[in-house]
Design a protein around this ligand. Structure first.
Ligand SMILES: *[C@@H]1O[C@H](CO)[C@@H](O)[C@H](O)[C@H]1NC(C)=O
Ligand SMILES: *[C@@H]1O[C@H](CO)[C@@H](O)[C@H](O)[C@H]1NC(C)=O
Ligand SMILES: *[C@@H]1O[C@H](CO)[C@@H](O)[C@H](O)[C@H]1NC(C)=O
Ligand SMILES: *[C@@H]1O[C@H](CO)[C@@H](O)[C@H](O)[C@H]1NC(C)=O
Ligand SMILES: *[C@@H]1O[C@H](CO)[C@@H](O)[C@H](O)[C@H]1NC(C)=O
Ligand SMILES: *[C@@H]1O[C@H](CO)[C@@H](O)[C@H](O)[C@H]1NC(C)=O
Ligand SMILES: *[C@@H]1O[C@H](CO)[C@@H](O)[C@H](O)[C@H]1NC(C)=O
Ligand SMILES: *[C@@H]1O[C@H](CO)[C@@H](O)[C@H](O)[C@H]1NC(C)=O
Ligand SMILES: *[C@@H]1O[C@H](CO)[C@@H](O)[C@H](O)[C@H]1NC(C)=O
Ligand SMILES: *[C@@H]1O[C@H](CO)[C@@H](O)[C@H](O)[C@H]1NC(C)=O
Ligand SMILES: *[C@@H]1O[C@H](CO)[C@@H](O)[C@H](O)[C@H]1NC(C)=O
Ligand SMILES: [Zn+2]
Length: 657
């Protein structure tokens, strides 16, 4: 059945294809090679490939000169089809849509078997509580806080910290430290973030406190002064010494250095556990902490309390996708908005649901293909490192080899080998009711209690599970969920569900399409381990001086300086682009020979990720990245027959990993 349907579609597509740009004669060979790669797929699925090629062609402007501006040639029509939206964000929206379909179906089908699985019933209640919102009632958050028992600024701060709020006065967080450790970390007030007392926040506070409050204007003024004082006290004395001021203290030492607070008590309140005097914490800029504590201990306790509660509400509203921000004209949030919110705040449960419903059936095949490409890239890079182009000394070379060989990959960012019982246990740790505010709180409490537990636990099963992926917190930005990234503390490439679908990937892609994106994406993320920034983390995520060591080698420095050519680049992204693309290309071209003939398709598929991509904090615009990177690859010029001296075939190229 599938086979016949496949052939029909195949024939239809072939006729429709404008064959002048791509060597379609190649398809037969591609199919043969793909069958070798994927013997277990009994039916070949040429239609997937041809449809995808058609799609690629619809984005092209073949009248453009590929040797002059490849982005214009490959992506020239993208905007007229998709506007400003990148392939990556289209992919992310597709995942959101699938969650909406799932929840809507389960609401219609109360007998569906999913209702008996872990997580699903609570996710559904949460979803309903979100859809039921009409207007923002911030006061409900405050009313759900534990009853007030004290006026001490640190005690309230510790309580608010349980919900993940720790931006003001003194910042006490739990951070992922290296491949097997979390650590408690203390810093002064984050002075870049100011308090903006909006009328919404003010009136929520006033109702919560039964009206007992200065006027909005007065309170704003008082907050402004407090902000300024905190800013002054938390400012670093030395301007550019971010890194050198971290120190490790035992709690006993900290108590001696900063006697103005009872640290055991503060940590107990915040993390709901008792820490002994030998427990270690990392502290940044102790003198500033001392000044802040001295000031806060004698400041107006009531003002400090109002400021804390206001900052807390501000924090909650600024969490990505808090649906309260979208409630205009008392209109309920959309299903997509609720799903986006839940993907932030119920990360593990939402991934569990996606895996179960959508991804599980595709996982085994994907892992076989993706892991194989990953191993090929590793082997290729290992071979390249052994050639030792920079003449590095043996110890350094071996440390870098270990980073590459020790690198892991996680598709879907799920804990490895977690049982259903594991998810049942996790589920017991949070509740879902009909009240959105309470639900939101419970999810925040659960995540933050978990982080604290990771810092204390000696349970090796728990550690193995939680160090096998990257547990995203509620503040994580969206793009992290839509595109693969390199997680340096754990030396893992995280590949989100949004990536393992068209247009980036399909299990039945021919090699040119498969390597054109997957190979390049994995190559890019893999080479982040040796980029100009992450190179300093060893295979266990511990910071070393590899960057300093490398800078003693003339050729390495020349390579970095060559790539650091334009003012507005983030150097570590550029080095990952350069080396990753080079690695993917060499891996792709290894065997068999006919792959080179499909080079045009390979490069066009590579371009898809960059079509419509705008610049962000760490990346140049897609057009700049694509053109720059490919102009650095002699193979590109060869495949597109670019005359030397054209923009895409410069006379001089950089030499790097
Ligand atoms: C297409 O492939 C056939 C058989 O492999 C070959 O005879 C023919 O020359 C090819 N055509 C082109 C344009 O490459
Ligand atoms: C590539 O794209 C950028 C941005 O559109 C453009 O400035 C440049 O001329 C193009 N060509 C090359 C070789 O960089
Ligand atoms: C597209 O991008 C341009 C410039 O970056 C911007 O002015 C415009 O508002 C964007 N359009 C959409 C629909 O996002
Ligand atoms: C992780 O960090 C802790 C605390 O600094 C350290 O004791 C441990 O050795 C580190 N792990 C590795 C593998 O180096
Ligand atoms: C600090 O707090 C802990 C826990 O609440 C308490 O046991 C201890 O007596 C306190 N220490 C001082 C010096 O108050
Ligand atoms: C604190 O931990 C205890 C067990 O150690 C637990 O029973 C209790 O619910 C926790 N309290 C909070 C507020 O999380
Ligand atoms: C998961 O289980 C498989 C087979 O039981 C094992 O080979 C693998 O190492 C496990 N992975 C992790 C991260 O524990
Ligand atoms: C360790 O963690 C695992 C996974 O959460 C759990 O099943 C097990 O009961 C824990 N072991 C102990 C001794 O607490
Ligand atoms: C890269 O160039 C910028 C200015 O163009 C310079 O400030 C920076 O130090 C350079 N980085 C390296 C590693 O050479
Ligand atoms: C330079 O980078 C900033 C962000 O870091 C971006 O807003 C700006 O558009 C970039 N300029 C160019 C010419 O790419
Ligand atoms: C490549 O370009 C050169 C010069 O522009 C031209 O003479 C030659 O025929 C081209 N080769 C192919 C295979 O297109
Ligand atoms: Zn990157």
């Amino acid at each position: 059945m599938i086979r016949i349907w496949g052939i029909c579609l195949l024939l239809a597509s072939v006729q429709a294809l404008p064959t002048k740009h791509l060597n379609h004669n190649a398809t037969v060979e591609q199919e043969q090679e793909q069958e070798e790669l994927e013997e277990e797929t009994s039916h070949w699925n040429g239609d997937i490939n041809l449809q995808h090629i058609q799609r690629i062609e619809s984005y092209m402007q073949p009248e453009q000169d590929a040797c002059h501006d490849f982005h214009a040639y490959a992506c020239g029509n993208w905007k007229s089809v998709h506007g400003n939206v990148s392939a990556m964000s289209l992919s992310g929206s597709h995942i959101d849509q699938r969650y909406v379909q799932l929840f809507e179906r389960l609401l219609r089908e109360p007998q569906a078997p999913e209702h008996r699985l872990p997580m699903f019933p609570k996710l559904l209640r949460y979803y309903q509580s979100c859809l039921a919102l009409d207007k923002p009632r911030l006061r409900h958050y405050l009313d759900h806080l534990p009853p007030r028992s004290t006026d001490h600024w640190m005690e309230l701060l510790a309580i608010l910290g349980r919900y993940g709020h720790h931006e003001h006065y003194i910042r006490i967080t739990v951070a992922h430290h290296n491949a097997s450790r979390h650590i408690i970390f203390m810093q002064a007030h984050v002075h870049e973030l100011k308090m903006t007392l909006t009328p919404n926040i003010y009136f929520a506070l006033r109702r919560h406190l039964d009206g007992d409050l200065p006027s909005l204007a007065d309170l704003r003024q008082q907050f402004k002064q407090l902000d300024a004082t905190l800013h002054r006290l938390s400012q670093s004395e030395s301007i550019n010494s971010d890194e050198e001021n971290f120190k490790t203290y035992t709690l006993d030492q900290l108590q001696r250095e900063l006697p103005g607070l009872n640290w055991t008590h503060a940590l107990q309140l915040k993390f709901n556990a008792t820490y002994d005097g030998q427990h270690q914490v990392q502290v940044d800029e102790l003198p500033q902490l001392r000044q802040l504590i001295n000031f806060l201990n004698q400041a107006d306790a009531r003002l400090l309390r109002l400021y804390s509660l206001s900052r807390f509400l501000q924090y909650l509203l600024q969490l990505p996708h808090n649906p309260l921000n979208n409630l205009v004209n008392n209109k309920a949030p959309s299903s997509v908005e609720c799903v986006q919110h839940m993907r932030k705040t119920l990360y593990l449960g939402m991934n569990y649901a996606y895996e179960h419903i959508y991804y599980a059936k595709q996982r085994a095949t994907d892992e076989r293909i993706i892991f194989r490409v990953f191993e090929e890239l590793k082997a290729q890079f290992s071979k390249q490192l052994q050639q030792n182009e920079f003449s590095l000394d043996a110890n350094l070379l071996s440390a870098l080899q270990q980073k590459v060989s020790g690198m892991a990959i996680n598709i879907g960012n799920m804990p490895h080998n977690a049982s259903e019982q594991f998810f049942r246990d996790r589920e017991q740790l949070w509740q879902a009711t009909g009240d959105f505010y309470l639900n939101h709180f419970k999810s925040l409490l659960e995540y933050n209690a978990h982080q604290a537990e990771m810092e204390r636990t000696t349970n090796t099963t728990l550690k193995q599970l939680f160090y096998s992926f990257s547990y995203h917190g509620p503040s994580m930005q969206d793009n992290i969920d839509a595109t693969p990234y390199f997680y340096c503390v754990s030396n893992i490439i995280i590949m989100p569900y949004a990536y393992v679908q068209l247009p980036f990937y399909h299990a039945q892609f021919w090699p040119a399409l498969l390597y054109g994106d997957l190979g390049n994406t994995l190559g890019h993320e893999m080479l982040h381990t040796l980029d100009s920034f992450f190179v300093d983390f060893d295979a266990q995520g511990v910071q070393r001086d590899y960057g300093d060591q490398l800078r003693r080698y003339r050729q390495y420095v020349a390579g970095i300086e060559c790539l650091n050519s334009t003012a507005n680049i983030t150097l570590n992204e550029r080095t990952a682009d350069f080396s990753g693309t080079r690695l993917a290309l060499h891996t792709y071209l290894q065997t068999p020979m006919q792959r080179r003939q499909h080079g045009r398709l390979y490069f066009l598929q590579f371009a898809q990720f960059f079509c419509g991509q705008e610049a962000d904090e760490s990346h140049d615009e897609g057009s700049v990245r694509l053109n720059y990177t490919l102009s650095q690859m002699p193979e590109f010029a060869e495949v597109f027959n670019c005359t030397q001296g054209t923009p895409m075939n410069p006379v001089e190229r950089c030499q790097f990993w």
